[in-house]
Design a protein around this ligand. Sequence first.
Ligand code: GLY
Length: 572
Amino acid sequence: MMNLRFIFILSLLCFLSIPLFAQQAIIRPSAIFSPIETKKAMVVASDPTAVKEGLKVLKKGGNAIDAAVTMAFVMAVTQPRAGNIGGGGFMLVKQKDNPVKAIDYREKAPEKAFRDMFLDKNGEPDSTKSQFSHLSSGIPGTVAGMALALKSFGTISLKEALKPAIMLAEKGFPVSKNFSWQLNKREAALSKWPATKKIFFKPDGSVYKQGELFIQRDLAQTLKRIAENGAKEFYKGKTAKLMVGEMKRNGGLITMDDLAGYQATLREPIAGNYRGFDVYSMSPPSSGGIHIVQLLNILEGYDLGSMGHNGAESIHLLSEAMKRAYADRSKYLGDPDFVKIPFQPILSKKYAEKIRSIINLSKATPSNEIGPASFPGYESFETTHFSVLDEKGNAVSNTYTLNFSFGSGIMVDGAGFLLNNQMDDFSAKPGKPNAYGLIGGQANKIEPHKRMLSSMSPSIVLKDGDIFLITGSPGGSRIISTTLQIIINIIDHKLNLAEAVTAPRIHHQWLPDLLYVEKGLSPDTLDLLKKKGHIIKSGLTMGAASSILVDIEKGVIYGASDPRRDGLAMGY
Ligand code: GLY
């Protein structure tokens, strides 16, 4: 049951988000607060400019894929902390009457990368090297991914998709309060590199303030070259040369051959069934889909709905299930082009039943008593998500990232874009945690041309073949648990989309043995959880789930941007 404190916090969040929803919100008396409602199409993202540009594409007759690619390039300009051309990600596409497909445009390790490249002289991981140096970057995948998306499923050219981004980079846009705040927060890291400082700070070194115009001339030139010459400009042309020059001057590894050899890949998504809904999410090299489906399989055996949303009993079950899934993640997940992943056993309903049989309903199992399962025959904080649905019934769920906020903080001098620090998502030393505290195994060790393991989980849920839910989230290791909770908040707890997206979330990733909770849970619930043996860490904000839900019977489309970021949901 929702208690008073929870209702108070949701109401407060609702009040704070009124400016975002004011234009189109329809507030129904029965709801704590309500999503945007439209009839034909919807776009939701954490960046209002990208949403407006995506919507223009749809209104001009473009499809969801055209809109999504346009938005990805716009966010490379307007939200450079996560939007990017120097990073990578994953896209799920559902075309009307066609199966769900996945595009993997995750970064790859360069040819010269090697297993122990991030260990210091004592054999311990050196996080400065893996997170804030030229060695931190994988070969970027976004430009190849967007080109592949358009070629496979789009109707407009790359040149057309780049137009709004070029205009915004060239003419500039007024800095938002949040953008200015982010620059302030990362000032030290971003000022360290002269090329970055030159772009992100004013000539006198001060931070752009809210309302001031932010122009990115080098980035505009780079985007124009890509528009003229196609994706090959980024991987073989002047942009590639600028990237390699940046690497050579600073001890980085990425070469012209690495860039020329990079390809985005079409993959089959992970598919599962949860209480009659078909759930699709990203396949490896993301761990997201496999563990979301594993967790749903475990939870399907419990009547979560009758336990009440965010009650101690349901949080206990979520947490116990998550510990087992993240333990398996640590051993078995990696790039499927390099390691054999035990898909079938992890995704089987039988394995879920086995996990249920060992979950103690009244006591938390300490993480040190849990480890990855053993399968016979088997050997071995800053991202952004957006969702698009067009009037023809095509859907895109896209999550992409530089890894940290503003990636490594390193700008390609002369090209105007930031480089990712995704190499930190490899296990620098199996058994030692990365920046998200995630433990990885041999399956995720560094190897040339390998993709580092991700948690990004762009997801699409179908009901009888029709689009029901489009969702996903940023949040590093918390992406999996956030996306899972959006799905169960809707299917089990019958929250409307805005409530499902806004409600306080929880997270457990096996190690460290901590149950993370957002603000807004009742102290009584937390006491009950402590009595069951959970060690609680509260206060952390988790994810930002820009989501779309379709009420197929009523023919209504709902959109909800997450109030944890200053996003927007708009449609028509
Ligand atoms: N860099 C975060 C992730 O890929 O999960």
